[in-house]
Design a protein around this ligand. Sequence first.
Ligand code: PRP
Ligand code: URA
Ligand code: MG
Length: 212
Amino acid sequence: MRVQVIDHPLVAHKVSVLRDKNTPSPVFRQLTDELVTLLAYEATREVKTVEVQVQTPVATTTGIAFAKPTPLVVPILRAGLGMLEGMTRLVPTAEVGFLGMARNEETLDIITYAERLPSDLTGRQVFVLDPMLATGGTLIESIKFLFDRGAADVTCICLIAAPEGLARLEEAYGDNEKVHLVLGALDEKLDENAYIVPGLGDAGDRLYGVAH
Ligand SMILES: O=P(O)(O)OC[C@H]1O[C@H](OP(=O)(O)OP(=O)(O)O)[C@H](O)[C@@H]1O
Ligand SMILES: O=c1cc[nH]c(=O)[nH]1
Ligand SMILES: [Mg+2]
C-alpha cells in the first residue's frame, strides 16, 4: 500500500478553513470541491493512458488519452458525494458507481445501505472518495467490495485521516501494491467516540446537515 500525505500550502489552507466550526455549509462544500481537485492531481498520476495522434494547426504530434476501460469513481455516500464533482471535472470520461455506507455510531460497525455500480470491475482503476478516514472500517469495507468485483487497483482520496485508521489499513492492505491512499492531512488521534482529533467534526453533517 502506498500512502501520500499531500504537503502543500494550498491544501493546508483549505483544510484549516474546513476545520473551523464557524465555516458554513456553502463554503464547506466549495472548499471540499476545490480540495479534491488538488488531491486528485496526485491521485491520478498513475492513471492508465494510451498514445493518440493530435493534429495541431501546425503539425501532427503525439498526445495521450485515458485508456479503456475507463476509470471508475466511487463516492462513499453521504459525505463522499461532496467530492464527486471535483473529481469528474478532472476526469470527465470516468464513470461513477455509488456505495452508501454508514457507521453505526455506537458499535462502529459499517452498514452498507446502497450499492449501485458495475458487477464486473475486471481491469478497472477505481478512485474512492471519502473525506474522513477515522477507524478505517468504511474504507476497508469499500476496498474489499471493489477487489471482490475484480478492480485492478484502488486509489482512495481522503481529506483527513487518523493514525488509528491508517494502521488498520496497513494491517489489511500493507502488502498490497494495488492500494493507494492520498490524504490531505494526517491528524493526531481518535477521540472516545471515534471522531478524528482535531478533525472537522462529522463531514456528512457539515456538508448536508445533521442526519438524525
Ligand atoms: O473510518 P470510519 O470509522 O469508518 O469512519 C469514516 C466514515 O464516517 C463518515 O461517514 P458516516 O458514517 O458519518 O456517514 P455520512 O457520510 O452519511 O455522514 C465518513 O464520511 C466515512 O465514511
Ligand atoms: O471525525 C469523523 C469521524 C468519522 N466521520 C466523520 O465525519 N468525522
Ligand atoms: Mg456522518
